[in-house]
Design a protein. Structure first.
Lengths: 573, 425
């Protein structure tokens, strides 16, 4: 009986559990296929950028190179994207697409081989541009660095949705013809992605409401931050009624001594964090130590080996470069070696994440999302992370070869490479300590993101900079029209380890835990738990002891009086 | 490390203090309730049982006469009473005095023990007395006791009215309380012990410990148990455990009052209390080692209590004292802070309020003078107990390790000024 009840409630739960985001839920039947021509047979940052944009509408996206493409890949597909980064032969694809009835979006080169569909564009030649303009919002001009566009001629029945402008010349950048779209470059740069984000609503026929979103994230909050400044910032946000995120690093590693300090060593900071969690703030786990080698917390990378520009493939103190294929006799041996490296990375990340969640949980803080230090993490890292978190905050590293290749998206998205995690992108950067015009830069960038109907304006701020610059930033951000500030506690997030499940929805956090193991699994928070418990118990002892003293004193008076009365009675008797 | 020790000792001490608060609450309630029971029983008509009073006496010439006189003034039908004085290998006039009374009063009998069945301590003497006794109820008085006339009747009625009671324990008062500071301290201590530990445990758990004197026990039980344990230094505690184990409870009935003499010098006090402490430690060890064999697990309550009293509580106190002193010279980085000072003060206040409460149950005990003695007591007499328990534990450990035989120290008696008798009543 009980068991069947549990089954039913579990089923109900799975159905009811629906993340609240503006992600495409009304039309989630969209299934995308991305076919690409690039010098890399496996997918790289260019495809992932596309993935980020498509992820706003569907996570059901498959990537194949033109060499791998077979007609069966089109089964059930509603949207085909062709990304022509380099010249290629598209015979196969062209044939298959001739009978395809869904939407097609082609980028860059080789479109002319898709002749049945792409007869509406012709005569490409290369031109430069440095401005982008949406056709229906000619007033918003997005400046770029000098980029290359494949300038094309178009037929009269085609419609230009966006223009690229270089000097006095304008070139069609996004062109629509019926159910087909052409984008006049294979490379999606950070400005083009904003236009694409807006246009993709049309591509996927998901109009979405014109609801802008945003968030404010307090960055790098570790045990050594100034609790006074932190509290000031928290109060300001509370007073303005703005929900926000706090990126917490549970452990601070001192650079010189390598000594680690925990939240339990700085209970004042912990108290402020608890205050924040209660008053609009949501905790985001920002790594465990924010460092890998013995560098100071906040400076270091935790999930990327910057020295070697590789994922974390070996213990920090182990020297020596990562081997390459030529160091091995055969492919088999090399593959095994690579698998070993990946396993090391997986367990390294798992260990740190689990520690972080458990330690914070032990302190009464409930992380609801994750943000990698310096946004750096490998693809395998994201997959590993997705076992623990349902929501990722910040930007994403898109290449496993170079940490510097990173990107956000203009809106909330769930790209296929995040293993089911939702990205709450950070779009506007932060207030750099020595940049006095930082706020105006942020405001200028915000305008660009607001051209997307449900675009995201999100910033992060280091509380150590103090309250003045923060109020300046908030004052400016509040001039933006109708921003919905994201409250993570209302996003239906889920964080899970083998011992704890933290879920947040409708503004409340629910923790399901195997209490004992969750506490014991983190030595730090266990010690803290013991310390705070001891503290509570000893004060309880003081309370009960004082009561006893009061009671016994009054009993004594009562008893003494009774005895006097007895004696009086005896004398009378 | 120092902090772990600090908190461990703090908790050990406070577990005990909380338990004492709880017991004191019970003691207070019992101080109100028992009067009603006493009124009902003493005024109701009831067929009294036959009683044998056992008085073990080893070189008790100083006090025995007065004790026998007290027996003569007990309000109890003579045909249902026998008083058996066990003159246990005395080398003084104890036997002579006892014989003198036996000749005059038919219900007084004297058993003279001689080696090898003699001088083996109180348990041995009591067993000898038990052999020749015939009463349904056995009552024990120490040779320095002067029970009040109604005491015996109260004990006997306690057993008669409460079939579940294996034994009934009366209250003892200190006859020489006014003699000197030590006896005043002992007086306060014994009153507190009886109202807190005895009355409190009776009230909550229907348990109390048989003291050496002024108690009645069913003959049937003694026979079933085979008498007293002659190896036990505190035969009374040991006997209590065995009575519980048979499923009986031990009633604390303060209506039965006896007056007894307490040590007047530190040396005598020290020896007597060392024997008690060692005796209780013996009992803890004996029953912990054979715990699985016990039938009534209720004994756990007392076993744990004794374990706490003699080992953990004093251990905690010693550790906390050591930390306190060490911290005066070296910074131990203790993180106790304000709360530990508050607890220190509260511990003292609890002691004072509990002891004054216990004194308030007795006429003319809650005096200004006694109040100051209580304050003084905390820092002196109570602390002396710590050293004593350490010493007793050392002796007991040695005895167990080297398998030594126990020697029974008989408490030295003092000649009383008769005018002092019941001066406090």
């Amino acid at each position: 009986m009980i068991r069947s009840f549990m089954c039913i409630s579990f089923l109900l739960f799975t159905f009811l559990y629906h993340p609240y985001t503006t992600l495409a839920s009304e039309n989630s039947v969209a299934k995308a296929l991305v076919v690409y021509s690039s010098n890399n047979s496996s997918i790289d940052e260019h495809q992932r950028k596309l993935d980020l944009l498509i992820g706003h509408f569907t996570s059901d996206t498959e990537f194949v190179s033109t060499n791998e493409f077979e007609p069966k890949h089109l089964e059930g597909v509603t949207h085909v994207f062709y990304q022509g980064i380099q010249k290629d032969n598209l015979d196969n694809l062209s044939k298959a697409l001739s009978s395809f009835e869904g939407t097609i979006v082609a980028f860059g080169n080789n479109f002319e081989q898709l002749e049945s569909t792409y007869s509406f564009v012709h005569s490409p030649h290369r031109e430069n541009y440095n401005e982008l303009i949406l056709a229906n919002k000619p007033e918003s001009v997005i400046e770029t660095s000098i980029q290359e566009v494949l300038s094309v001629k178009i037929t009269s029945e085609s419609r230009v949705l966006a223009w690229a402008k270089g000097g006095h010349q304008t070139h069609p950048m996004i062109i629509k013809n019926g159910q087909s779209y052409y984008i006049a470059t294979g490379i999606i740069n950070s400005q083009l992605k904003i236009l694409l984000a807006e246009v993709f609503h049309d591509v996927f026929a998901q109009p979405h409401t014109n609801e802008k979103q945003g968030y404010i994230r307090l960055e790098d909050v570790h045990p050594l931050v100034d609790p006074v400044k932190l509290k000031q910032v928290a109060r300001e946000l509370k007073d303005r009624g703005i929900p926000y995120m706090v990126a917490v690093i549970p452990v601070y590693t001192k650079e010189k001594s390598g000594k680690q300090v925990h939240m339990s060593d700085y209970p004042e900071v912990l108290e402020v964090l608890k205050y924040m969690q209660k008053n609009g703030g949501s905790i985001v786990l920002h790594g465990y130590t924010h460092q890998y080698r013995s560098t100071e917390t906040g400076e270091g990378f935790e999930f990327w080996d910057v020295e070697n520009n590789t994922p974390i493939y070996k213990p920090a103190n182990e020297s020596g470069a990562i081997k390459s294929r030529k160091d091995f006799h055969n492919n088999q041996a090399y593959r095994e070696y690579l698998d070993g490296l990946k396993d090391f990375e997986t367990s390294y990340i798992s260990n740190k994440i689990t520690k972080g969640i458990h330690e914070l949980h032990g302190f009464g803080l409930h992380p609801l999302a994750f943000e990698a230090p310096h946004y750096t993490m490998s693809q395998n890292g994201y997959q590993t992370l997705s076992n623990y978190f349902s929501m990722y905050v910040g930007q994403l590293q898109l290449s496993d070869d170079n940490w510097e290749v990173m990107e956000g998206s203009p809106y909330i998205t769930r790209p296929s490479f995040l293993g089911g995690m939702t990205l709450l992108p950070e779009t506007l950067g932060y207030i750099a300590p020595d940049d006095e015009s930082a706020v105006s830069k942020i405001m200028k960038d915000a305008e660009q993101y607001l051209t997307v109907r449900d675009g995201m304006v999100s910033v992060f701020y280091h509380p150590y900079l103090g309250i003045e610059r923060f109020t300046e930033l908030l004052d400016q951000l509040e001039t933006l029209p109708d921003i919905q500030w994201i409250d993570l506690k209302k996003q239906g997030t889920k964080v899970e380890t083998s011992d704890i499940t933290i879920e947040a929805n409708n503004g409340t956090i629910h923790v399901d835990k195997n209490q004992l193991s969750a506490i014991i699994s983190s030595k730090m928070s266990f010690n803290y738990f013991v310390r705070t418990t001891v503290d509570k118990v000893t004060w309880g002892m003081v309370g009960v002891g004082s009561l006893a003293v009061l009671f016994f004193s009054s009993y004594t008076v009562l008893s003494y009086r009774r005895l006097l009365k007895d004696e009086g009675d005896e004398k009378i008797g | 490390m120092a902090n772990i020790l600090l908190y461990t000792s703090l908790f050990l001490i406070w577990i005990m203090l909380f338990y004492h608060m709880f017991l004191m609450q019970g003691g207070y309630l019992h101080s109100i309730h028992y009067r009603k029971t006493a009124d009902k029983w003493l005024n109701g008509a009831m067929n009294l049982p036959t009683v044998s009073i056992l008085i073990p006496a080893h070189n008790e010439e100083v006090v025995i006469e007065k004790t026998i006189e007290a027996m003569l003034s007990l309000q109890y039908p003579e045909n249902k009473l026998e008083v058996i004085i066990i003159n246990d290998n005395s080398s003084d006039r104890t036997g002579e005095i006892a014989d003198h009374y036996a000749r005059k009063h038919s219900f007084i009998h004297v058993v003279h023990t001689r080696p090898p069945h003699a001088g083996k301590g109180k348990s041995g003497a009591l067993n000898q007395g038990l052999k020749v006794s015939s009463g349904e109820v056995i009552v024990v008085y120490d040779a320095d006791n002067t029970p009040e006339p109604e005491a015996l009747k109260s004990l006997a009625l306690g057993l008669k009215n409460d079939p579940k009671a294996g034994a009934v324990v009366g209250k003892f008062r200190v006859i020489n309380a006014e003699t000197n500071l030590l006896t005043r301290l002992i007086n306060i201590e014994t009153l507190t012990f009886q109202w807190l530990a005895q009355a409190g445990r009776w009230f909550w758990f229907k348990m109390s410990t048989i003291p050496g004197t002024n108690f009645a026990i069913r003959r049937s039980i003694l026979e079933e148990l085979g008498g007293w344990d002659e190896k036990a230094l505190s035969e009374d505690t040991e006997l209590s455990f065995r009575v519980y184990n048979l499923g009986y409870h031990i009633r604390f009935f303060p209506a039965a009052i006896t007056w007894e003499q307490e040590p007047e010098t530190i040396r005598v006090w020290w020896k007597q209390r060392t024997r008690w402490a060692r005796g209780n430690e013996y009992v803890i060890l004996k029953y912990i080692l054979s715990f699985h064999k016990l039938e009534r697990k209720k004994i756990v309550i007392d076993l744990v209590y004794f374990l706490f009293t003699y080992l953990l509580f004093f251990g905690g106190v010693i550790v906390s004292h050591t930390l306190f002193v060490t911290n005066l010279f070296f910074d131990l980085n203790l993180s106790g802070g304000l709360v530990s000072y508050l607890l220190l003060v509260l511990g003292f206040l609890l002691f004072v309020t509990e002891v004054t409460l216990a004194l308030s149950f007795e006429k003319k005990q809650l005096t200004i003078k006694n109040f100051f003695i209580i304050l003084f007591m905390y820092f002196t007499y109570s602390q002396l107990w710590i050293i004593l328990v350490v010493y007793a534990t050392y002796l007991e450990t040695k005895r167990v390790l080297f398998n030594q035989e126990v020697t029974w120290y008989k408490t030295q008696r003092f000649k009383q000024d008769t005018s002092e008798k019941r001066s406090a009543s």
